[in-house]
Design a protein around this ligand. Structure first.
Ligand SMILES: NC(=O)c1ccc[n+]([C@@H]2O[C@H](COP(=O)([O-])OP(=O)(O)OC[C@H]3O[C@@H](n4cnc5c(N)ncnc54)[C@H](O)[C@@H]3O)[C@@H](O)[C@H]2O)c1
Length: 86
């Protein structure tokens, strides 16, 4: 099972990504590293992909490959499409 965790390399989200890894589920974490790259917030078992979630094509592809979507971002100025991608 794979969870998509936006903001998963941030202060709050990294703990959630780590929790999933410890429970044997996988987290995929897209990040534009707008807040800087902090390797100490990267955990084994999570997959970190560099990119901006405002890229809709990319976001839909990541959603389709995931069982659930958690968003833990701190950013303004865009709406997350909440309708099911498929
Ligand atoms: N930090 C706290 O004490 C606290 C307390 C309560 C609630 N919150 C809420 O939790 C959420 C996360 O807060 P945080 O402190 O972990 O923030 P953070 O800045 O540490 O983490 C956010 C992460 O999202 C990434 N990001 C931002 N915009 C992006 C984009 N467009 N595409 C891809 N990645 C992007 C950043 O690079 C960063 O790694 C916020 O909504 C905040 O309001 C935080």
């Amino acid at each position: 099972m794979r969870y998509l965790v936006t903001g998963g390399a941030g202060f709050i989200g990294s703990n959630r990504s780590n929790n999933y890894s410890m429970k044997g589920t996988k987290a995929i974490v897209p990040n534009n590293y707008a807040a800087g790259k902090k390797p100490e917030r990267h955990y084994d078992g999570a997959t970190y992909v560099e990119g901006d979630i405002r890229d809709e094509t990319r976001l839909v592809r990541l959603c389709r490959a995931s069982r659930a979507f958690f968003t833990l971002l701190r950013c303004r100025g865009f709406l997350i499409p909440l309708n099911s991608p498929g």
